[in-house]
Design a protein around this ligand. Structure first.
Ligand code: NAD
Ligand code: UDP
Ligand code: UDP
Length: 343
């Protein structure tokens, strides 16, 4: 093996050394569903950068071709317009299954479609993983904990979800996706990974996506008041997208199934978030209070001890460092009139 590696690499000088050379990591063919979306497109960047081939499957419901357009023409990149609710035949080594709207505004827009995406979409991708013996990673969510009665949330917590509420299309859809994933693992031996993602922000979020960080940033840049829902005392923990992508890749390439919380434990009330946005964009930015939405979780903060211990992963980018990076991207896109609205 040592000789072959040395010959392949053409490093004659290494032959004299007695230490075996590490085998080169084999290049993989990787499917990323939802790869034209916010998180998916950043993941695709990193996978291509390290030398793998990537197939993106996306329906463009909340994703945009622009997010991956910089890879057009790369022979290791392929983009397929496809709805994961329909079966799909491909040959791949790994599947990162992200396809699903993530913003409450979009997942509530057609709740039945959201459930179909989580349930039938995940079933199809698990069927595909089973057939081609690919490793399968599902992006679940902190929403499986609902309005949590345990704080911070550990992976052992079973959650406090309203099964018939307006958010349940997303929450229960993802809980079913997790259940299906474990059933394919136990029943069919599919090699699986489960990530529970906490609120993530960064460049390429849709400007009118409806999530709180993108709303506040767009509003402050447009000199509109930041809309705080309810009394603004509810909390969230905000993770910068590069940290999430590193966590997803560590999970996929590691030996542990999970579930793993992937999030930044830094916890902020919505009023504190508005204060940070003021610091970064405009100290004069105003706040306008709006009625809160139904079943809004009061507090959310990940316990990431498990990911730290087993994946050797933890987030590196605090909110005050990540937010300016997102603001630059939003500023540039707000200058382009056609991208003012959600596309
Ligand atoms: P996003 O809306 O930007 O990306 C989702 C992508 O999936 C989009 O490109 C969309 O077009 C695509 N999609 C939706 N339905 C589809 C379907 N039926 N078939 C094919 N493609 C479809 O959202 P995101 O923030 O990038 O989230 C990615 C994943 O991470 C989602 O599964 C989401 O539930 C999960 N997640 C995200 C967060 C977060 O804060 N960003 C938090 C928890 C979980
Ligand atoms: N499936 C798919 N691509 C594949 C293999 C399966 O989309 O390469 C779909 C298939 O159409 C089915 C689902 O995945 O709806 C579950 O497949 P599985 O083989 O587990 O179950 P079955 O087809 O026996 O119901
Ligand atoms: N929120 C807000 N103003 C907005 C959008 C959201 O105050 O313009 C609040 C919302 O009520 C929730 C928190 O921000 O408490 C996070 O909402 P988001 O939709 O970003 O994500 P969620 O964690 O609820 O899925």
């Amino acid at each position: 093996v040592e000789r072959r590696v040395v010959e392949e690499k053409g490093l004659e000088s290494a032959v004299v050394k007695s230490k075996p050379m590490p085998l080169p990591r084999s290049r993989k063919r990787i499917l990323v569903t939802g790869g034209a979306g916010f998180v998916g497109s950043h993941l695709v960047d990193r996978l291509l950068e390290r030398g793998d081939s990537v197939v993106v499957v996306d329906s463009f419901f909340t994703g945009r071709r622009e997010n991956v357009a910089h890879h057009f023409g790369d022979p290791r990149f392929e983009l397929i317009r496809h709805d994961v609710v329909e079966p799909l035949m491909l040959e791949v080594d790994q599947i990162y299954h992200l396809a699903c709207p993530a913003s409450p505004v979009f997942y509530k827009y057609n709740p039945v479609k959201t459930i179909k995406t989580s349930v039938m979409g995940t079933l199809n991708m698990l069927g595909l993983a089973k057939r081609v013996k690919a490793r399968f990673l599902v992006t679940s969510t902190s929403e499986v904990y609902g309005d949590p009665e345990q704080h911070p949330q550990t992976e052992e917590y079973w959650g406090h979800v309203n099964p018939i509420g307006e958010r349940s299309c997303y929450d229960e859809g993802k809980r079913t996706a997790e259940a299906l994933t474990m059933d394919y693992h136990r029943g069919s031996g599919v090699d699986v990974r489960i990530a529970r993602i906490f609120n993530t922000y960064g460049p390429r979020m849709l400007i009118d996506d409806g999530r709180v960080v993108s709303n506040f940033v767009a509003q402050a840049l447009r000199k509109e008041p930041m809309t705080v829902y309810g009394d603004g005392k509810q909390t969230r923990s905000f993770q910068y997208v590069s940290d999430l992508v590193a966590g997803l890749m560590a999970l996929m390439d590691g030996e542990h199934i999970g579930p793993f919380n992937l999030g930044n434990p830094g916890e902020f009330t919505m009023l504190e978030l508005a204060e940070v946005v003021r610091e970064v964009i405009d100290p004069a930015a105003q706040i306008a209070y709006r009625e809160n939405t139904a079943d809004d979780p009061h507090q959310r903060k990940p316990d990431i001890s498990k990911a730290k211990a087993l994946l050797k992963w933890e987030p590196k980018v605090p909110l005050r460092e990540g937010l300016p990076l997102m603001v630059e991207d939003f500023k540039a896109r707000l200058k382009t009139p056609k991208q003012l609205g959600a596309s």
